[in-house]
Design a protein around this ligand. Structure first.
Ligand code: UDP
Length: 140
């Protein structure tokens, strides 16, 4: 086990429904520590860069429109095996396939409006954290 940091987003469908606290409680109960957090409105350019890997996918335009539709909360989460652990805590991309007790099972509305993002690898976590946080904004 290694102490890791991962990048998380509480997505617009969740901020809109006042679920930031409920999602943070799930994160903290799972043993992950929120070591940086801010509420922001993404620009279209930021959203397109963040999801650039999906730019050829049919859902890309809708995903970008959704991600800039309302504020999001960006976070850095720290803990043992934080990258894999947060993927577990979030649950499957499609809430219909997400396990009981996961954020997406509890809160997601659809495969697109699925309440949470979590980095899929340690390498991507570092890239994504650097897109939103300066080093001195992360206090472990
Ligand atoms: N997404 C979507 N339709 C799909 C697949 C994905 O709208 O058919 C959105 C959804 O919000 C998802 C994001 O694109 O969270 C990124 O997709 P990815 O496959 O990377 O899933 P994740 O890592 O978020 O579980």
């Amino acid at each position: 086990m290694a102490l890791e940091r991962t990048f998380s987003i509480i997505k617009p469908d969740a901020t809109r429904r006042n679920l930031t606290g409920a999602i943070n409680a799930t994160i903290e109960k799972a043993g992950l520590r929120i070591v940086a957090q801010k509420r922001i409105l993404l620009t279209r350019a930021q959203a397109e860069t963040f999801y650039g890997v999906h730019k050829e996918r049919p859902f890309f335009g809708e995903l970008v429109d959704f991600m800039i539709s309302e504020p999001i909360v960006v976070q850095v989460l720290e803990g043992e095996d934080a990258v894999a652990k947060y993927r577990e805590v979030m649950g499957a991309t499609n809430p219909a396939n997400a396990a009981e007790g996961t954020i997406r099972k509890e809160f997601a509305l659809s495969v697109g409006e699925n309440s949470a993002h979590g980095s899929d690898s340690l390498e991507n976590a570092q890239i994504e954290i650097a897109q939103f946080f300066a080093g001195n904004e992360i206090v472990g």
